[in-house]
Design a protein. Structure first.
Length: 445
């Protein structure tokens, strides 16, 4: 019997993409322009490409799913403020690579005011950018910057005939990224679904695991669920780390055999309509925690639960992290992995031997999503619509000065949390993390 298929949320509609463009342009002067490129196909080997994935900023403003497109925004223009350059319809090429939207489809399905084929790009840009004072674009994109410089040079050459080239270039990335940081109702629905799919995949892995299974076989269980539920696949390289591999924070080889008595750490999430899920769970390969594994796990779990409860408007990621560090340090002292007074251990940063990373990152169209973490040198307060991870962990070295029962253990627990007006919502709620719940789920029928 095939697994249950979750109902899928509606995709983001053209009106929301139009409103995002309008909101961005409202922050710019009427004599500005925005030039934003989409992604291109990337060669995998010889004449085959990696699966296409649209640039996140470009997707955020257009929803347009095809490669080699360019968006131009012209605030205050009466004939239409959004212009898209894209591949034209080509029946011969479409036989090989699938149907293209073309210029008519871009306007019809994505609410673009005007669209032209890429062959017209340079001539049209010369016309459309004439008289625009500041051109906003991603300054770290060399190809787009080169195009903009070429357009400006050509307009400068025509200055005697009345052409008015842009006087300055400015970076558009930060403005888009700050806008992306606050998720809409529709975005939260997609992220809730990505979290639910990711949770189902983690549950599936818990049921499937047994000693002798390869890490990559457990990875296959996860990613089957991602695709079965309509996701494009993993939002990032899945981590399936048995035993001491869990102490490698970005372990992606997934090549070892899972052993009886070890823990396995899975850090994996589905991508759905380009929005990322990101969940980590750590559980016993055999289905039962040892006494030492459980003791260390409970320290991490307690810190994570208290951190999630702290998520609300007005608090900061720095404050949440400080609370996690305090909880983990107290737990390490209690288990004999650290010695001394709590405040002295905190002041010395003794926890860093076991906890070298931050507690949170933004989540959205990118798994490590965009938006500043600090404002004016201070950690920025959380506001409704932000989505973040809460992911404390402990990674015990195999050093002889440490209690032998804990050596080599790596444990991380991670959930996706949205900030709401009332406090928070856990988007990854569908996968257990209490020891008794995990062990009950893992009982083989």
């Amino acid at each position: 019997m095939p697994p249950e298929t979750l109902s899928r949320p509606a995709p983001i509609g053209r009106d929301e993409f139009r409103e995002r463009r309008r909101s961005l342009m409202a922050s710019l002067p009427d004599d500005a322009a925005v030039l934003l490129p989409g992604a291109s196909l990337v060669t995998r080997s010889r004449d085959s490409e990696f699966a296409f994935r649209q640039d996140s900023d470009f997707h955020y403003l257009t929803g347009f799913p095809e490669p080699d497109a360019l968006l131009l925004l012209l605030p205050g223009r009466e004939q239409g403020v959004s212009v898209l350059f894209c591949q034209g319809r080509d029946p011969e090429m479409e036989t090989w690579t699938g149907r293209r939207l073309g210029t008519a489809g871009a306007k019809r399905e994505h609410g673009i005011d005007e669209a032209f084929v890429n062959d017209q790009r340079e001539a049209r840009l010369l016309e459309l950018l004439d008289g625009r004072v500041t051109l906003y674009l991603p300054l770290d994109d060399g190809e787009t910057l080169s195009l903009a410089e070429s357009i400006r040079a050509n307009l400068q050459d025509g200055a005697r005939r009345g052409a008015r080239p842009p006087l300055a270039f400015a970076d558009i990335a930060e403005r888009i990224h700050e806008q992306r940081l606050i998720k809409s109702v529709q975005e939260l629905a997609l992220m809730r679904h990505a979290g639910a799919v990711s949770a189902r995949a983690q549950c599936r892995a818990m049921r499937a695991v047994h000693p002798g299974l390869a890490e990559y076989q457990l990875q296959a269980e996860l990613e089957h669920e991602f695709r079965w539920q309509g996701g494009s696949g993993p939002a990032y390289a899945s981590i399936v780390a048995g035993g001491a591999n869990a102490r490698v924070l970005h372990y992606i080889e997934n090549a070892d055999t899972l052993r009886d008595g070890d823990l396995v750490l899975i850090d994996a999430g589905a991508e759905f309509d380009l929005y990322a899920g990101d969940i980590t769970r750590t559980f016993p390969v055999s289905g039962r925690f040892t006494e030492a594994q459980r003791a260390l796990y409970e320290v991490v779990l307690g810190a994570q639960q208290r951190a999630i409860e702290a998520v609300r408007p007005g608090t900061t990621l720095a404050a949440i992290h400080q609370g996690v560090v305090r909880d983990l340090t107290a737990g390490l002292i209690e288990l004999g992995l650290l010695s001394g007074e709590l405040d002295a251990c905190l002041e010395a940063g003794a926890y860093r031997r076991f906890y070298p990373h931050a507690t949170s990152h933004w989540l959205g169209l990118d798994v490590h999503d965009v938006g500043h973490y600090r404002r004016g040198g201070e950690s920025r307060p959380l506001v409704p619509g932000m989505v973040l991870t809460i992911e404390p962990g402990l990674y015990v070295p195999e050093d002889e000065d440490l209690p032998s029962a804990y050596r080599g253990l790596g444990i991380r627990i991670e959930d996706d949390v949205a900030v709401t007006e009332q406090g928070h919502e856990v988007l990854s709620i569908g996968v257990p993390k209490q020891v008794t719940e995990i062990e009950a789920l893992m009982v083989k029928k």
